[in-house]
Design a binder for this molecule. Structure first.
Ligand SMILES: CCCCC/C=C\CCC/C=C/CC(=O)SCCNC(=O)CCNC(=O)[C@H](O)C(C)(C)COP(=O)(O)OP(=O)(O)OC[C@H]1O[C@@H](n2cnc3c(N)ncnc32)[C@H](O)[C@@H]1OP(=O)(O)O
Length: 288
């Protein structure tokens, strides 16, 4: 099968149609991820759960497991991206939270929190190359990284309120930390999805790219900023900036999970999700 893969070199990232050069991570056999490492120990983690990379427990578990690998193998940086040129990640798998058992909803959310703890708290620098839309949990995944580069003409944001439920408080804090209180309040209360350029304006993303190749070049450029910075110092600073939120989620993981499950299980919320899904299907029908 011929698929695009990414070659990273000391001087930059090249898009290539070859697999001969990469070193695959051998510690995991992943169904929904491709993990490649270059000679500088930079990992490119590509989500490939077609069609839209919705985050089910299996994909989240794989991401969590890769993050453990990357820590253990002292990876020097990570680029998180998508196989798709249209969707980075469509958020939590709606079918895992719609009409599902509380235990399944809880497992999915708790695994998302595990990914948060490992990705937000990673010792290595992280960058999201957002090659398409990133609503809800997709935006959340980008926010867990240190830097976001987004391809133009897509949408990103926390649209949970449109689905009938609110974003849990740690994610509200993360959004405030990223775009400020005023912008976060306005965005969250209306479930706003920003275009790529609007997202740049408020600081939700850090750079715009015209296409995937440029997104990778810029991601590589971000990682190279740290070549001359002692990793230990960099990591101490990162951890000190992130400690409060990390501790909160680590200590209260169960409480947040229970809160999310109770909220999602409410009859009104399930009705809103059903209406949202109908709307999604109608949009698709009308587009054809
Ligand atoms: C600080 C610590 C924080 C810790 C974390 C705390 C809190 C985090 C809270 C996070 C909560 C998140 C909730 C969610 O993420 S719910 C999901 C919300 N997602 C969305 O609203 C996106 C919905 N999808 C879309 O808008 C579009 O599909 C699209 C992504 C823009 C792509 O559009 P398009 O390319 O046109 O594709 P289709 O619309 O035709 O979709 C194809 C196919 O995929 C199905 N699908 C789409 N999204 C999802 C999804 N999220 N889950 C499951 N399935 C999805 C869609 O139904 C189509 O299926 P069919 O082909 O069978 O019709």
């Amino acid at each position: 099968m011929s698929s695009y893969v990414y070659k990273t070199t000391r001087r930059g990232v090249l898009l290539a149609k070859t697999v001969s050069y990469q070193v695959r991570l051998c510690s995991g056999n992943f169904r929904h991820l491709e993990v490649l490492k270059d000679e500088n120990n930079v990992a490119i983690v590509t989500m490939k759960r077609a069609p839209v990379n919705s985050l089910n427990t299996e994909l989240l578990t794989e991401i969590s497991s890769v993050l453990t690998d990357l820590e253990e193998t002292k990876c020097s940086g990570m680029i998180l991206t998508s196989f798709s040129d249209k969707v980075f990640c469509s958020g939590l798998d709606i079918y895992e939270i719609f009409k599902s058992k509380p235990s399944a909803i809880g497992t999915s959310f708790s695994t998302l929190l595990e990914v948060f703890i490992k990705l937000y708290g990673s010792t290595f620098p992280t960058v999201a190359a957002i090659t398409g839309h990133a609503p809800a949990g997709g935006c959340v995944l980008g926010l867990f990284c240190e830097y976001r580069i987004m391809v133009q003409n897509f949408k990103i944001g926390l649209n949970e309120d449109q689905l009938g439920f609110n974003a849990p408080s740690p994610i509200v804090k993360l959004m405030i930390n990223t775009i400020g209180h005023r912008n976060a309040e306005l965005a969250l209360t209306s479930g706003r999805l920003f275009t790529t350029s609007q997202a740049l304006q408020v600081g939700l993303v850090d750079e715009i790219a015209k296409d995937r190749t440029e997104a990778f070049e810029k991601a590589d450029g971000f990682l190279r900023r740290f070549e001359m910075i002692p990793p230990l110092a960099r990591n101490f600073t990162k951890q000190s900036m992130r400690r409060a939120l990390l501790q909160d989620v680590t200590i209260n993981r169960e409480k947040y999970t229970e809160g999310f499950v109770s909220m999602i299980s409410l009859h009104e919320v399930q009705q809103s999700i059903a209406a949202y899904l109908d709307n999604l299907k109608n949009k698709k029908r009308n587009a054809h």
